[in-house]
Design a protein around this ligand. Sequence first.
Ligand code: ADE
Length: 228
Amino acid sequence: MRIDLITALPELVESPLAHSIIGRARESGVVEIHVHDLREWGKGKYRHIDAPPYGGGGGMVLTPEPLADCLDAVIALGDAPEAVVFLTPDGETLDQPLANGLSLAKRLVLIAGHYKNIDQRIRDLYVTREVSIGDYVLSGGELPALVLIDALVRILPGAISDAQSALSDSFQDGLLDAPAYTRPASFRGLDVPDVLRSGDHAAISDWREDQRVAKTRQRRPDLLSGAD
Ligand code: ADE
């Protein structure tokens, strides 16, 4: 998979994209991620990329010309992207099925706006998917873009050494995850459940399933109707 991320704040995303699972997936060629600084396409001496909104109101809006020029240049760098995704609180809410679907794309172009909005004509002309990471407003699309990239990359084949690990994530089958324990067997008076130390894999699997259903029923009963 190839991901191109357009942002006016590349320094905000570069370090998180260089470490841990995403960093390793890039190094091993599971994913190619390119960050593009929108300001390089800015206009005039000061490389302007934003302006106040027509009709008044607070905040600044990313102007269409730099973003369109940037998108044209970025799109031309490879095969046609399956989607041009704008991160916005107006978008469809990111969940595991949406991440699974997008992870099948060979190429995605992501736009992170760091201002009040981007000009609607960019949304009309270029954007094919609008994605929100939840019903709250952040200062920009950079953190949402990182959230989306993380959700996508961790499920790409080869990104996680233990393939089971991504498949058994919470939400992958519609249930929350079971509690996890590691050494020591006893900690501040709390013991690891005996079954996890029994070596009986069928019993462990049953226990985990029971825990997942019970936790989901208690915390997110809304998920149970859609669970496998
Ligand atoms: N930009 C600002 N807030 C956002 C959100 N909740 N999801 C996606 N993009 C955003």
